[in-house]
Design a protein around this ligand. Structure first.
Ligand code: ATP
Ligand code: MG
Length: 432
């Protein structure tokens, strides 16, 4: 069928035949988060534009180039959330969650919106699983959060995905580092893109995260932050590495990671794979000890990460990881005439009340077409009802996998079918 209006560029439809992959990762991420003591938080899809400008930072690509903003009636400026941290932290402060003792641990599974050039693993509407851990400055928290992300990756069955970590220091040690970066890039000013020229003055570390080929080439020989860390930041990083070692989590120290958003301090990390092309960062996160003060005036250390679910699924597909198979129809009851339809409807309702996936014809098709449909939807069992069956009170229950038939009584059928289905499933799983 042709369409007059099509899907916006950079968005994706998830069809019923593909949605089980999303159900699989949504189950993995929420169960893992709960296992680590995180509780779900839900926030609005759009926020005041000022929230993102303040928290994500006005020297970032996200704020400078990628936000979907509207001016609503009455001059209010709103933006579709480009990420989850700002909204989650705002919601925690606004609802008094942070008055309830520390640490506070929340997670969310949300859609995010960024006006980017669409390509594989880079969309304009994408989905993130995010976690925020608020109220602890200890490196133990950094390690525990990284362990959570790693656990998701392991439970998804992924291999060939590396954890890269870095420390980008605190405002104290970063001042000296910024000065060194400014000096380095000032000599190469004429080669920087326009955005980075502006960053050179306001936030030179952002240059290291620029996607332009020339800027990233220039960044290769730039001074690295690890050489400028103050003693406290150094100690924090050493303790993190030691704890990751205790946890048996492998990592690479990668001084090139500065992360895309302005609010990070100290630990930053990414999980990177080479299996899905250029957009290989499946998860990115870090510590943002300054963010809550920016939003509320009160200094509270915190950290978090965002995991791109499209990239997670893409990597799982590439690596042949298993997704939970959707349940197919347990029984299809075909009816031959009006009297049989009436009995069929009653039986189907009874079966559904018992939590059994039962289906029947709602199109008005003949027997052959009904059976074809039962096959198509993968019904495990099938039963045909006509005047003979109604008269005798018995029908043939067909196992669609092997074609075998078994006579069943229509009286008390729902209960006896429930037992049959139960032993069938145990049999399929090889348990009996
Ligand atoms: P990138 O360097 O790939 O642009 P980023 O630094 O902008 O990533 P974050 O803001 O840290 O990304 O978002 C966390 C995660 O969300 C990323 O690691 C990635 O998995 C996912 N992500 C970010 N932008 C997109 C997008 N446009 N499409 C799909 N996934 C995305
Ligand atoms: Mg980006």
């Amino acid at each position: 069928m042709d369409l007059v209006v099509k899907r916006p560029k950079g968005t994706q439809d998830i069809t019923p035949s593909e949605v089980y992959k999303w159900h699989t990762v949504e189950k993995i991420v929420s169960e893992t988060a709960e296992m680590f003591g995180f509780k779900e938080i839900r926030m609005p899809t759009f926020e005041d534009t000022g929230l993102f400008v303040r928290s994500v930072g006005d020297t970032t690509d996200v704020v400078q180039k990628e936000m979907y903003s509207v001016t609503a009636k009455g001059d209010a400026q709103f933006t579709l959330r480009p990420e989850g941290t700002a909204g989650a932290i705002r919601a925690m402060i606004e609802n008094g969650v942070l008055n309830d003792g520390f640490p506070q641990k929340v997670y969310y599974v949300i859609s995010c919106f960024r006006h980017e050039k669409p390509q594989s693993g880079r969309l304009r509407e994408f989905h993130q699983f995010g976690c925020e851990l608020v109220g602890t400055a200890s490196p133990a928290a950094d390690a525990d959060l990284i362990a959570l992300a790693k656990n998701v990756i392991d439970r998804a069955g992924l291999n060939n995905i590396e954890l890269h970590i870095n420390s980008i220091g605190c405002p104290k040690c970063r001042a000296e580092y910024h000065a060194a970066l400014k000096e380095y890039f000032a000599d190469r000013k004429q080669l920087l893109c326009d955005t980075c020229l502006d960053r050179l003055e306001r936030n030179p570390m952002r240059i290291l995260d620029c996607k332009s080929a020339l800027c990233s080439e220039l960044s290769k020989n730039a001074p690295i932050i690890l050489d400028y860390l103050c003693d406290d930041c150094k100690e924090h990083f050493e303790k993190l590495k030691a704890t990751l070692g205790d946890m048996g989590i492998e990592y690479k120290v990668d001084p090139r990671i500065v992360r895309g958003l302005d609010y990070y301090t100290r630990t930053v990390f990414e999980f990177i794979t080479t299996d899905i092309g250029a957009q290989g960062t499946v998860c990115g996160g870090g510590r943002y000890d300054g963010l809550i003060e920016t939003l509320s005036g009160q200094s509270v250390p915190a950290l978090g990460f965002g995991m791109g679910l499209e990239r997670l699924i893409l990597t799982m597909e590439k690596q042949g990881c298993e997704f939970l198979k959707p349940d197919s129809c347990d029984i299809f009851i075909a009816a031959l005439d009006d009297a049989a339809v009436s009995k069929t409807v009653k039986l189907v309702m009874e079966l559904r009340d018992m939590g059994i996936q039962a289906d029947y014809d709602i199109v008005g098709r003949g027997l052959k077409a009904q059976m074809k449909y039962a096959n198509k939807i993968g019904a495990k069992f099938c039963m045909v009802l006509g005047s003979n069956e109604l008269e005798s009170g018995k029908a043939a229950l067909k196992n669609m996998a092997d074609g075998s038939e078994k006579e069943v009584a229509l009286h008390g059928f729902a209960q006896s079918f429930s037992d049959i289905l139960c032993s069938h499933m145990l049999n399929v799983e090889g348990l009996i």
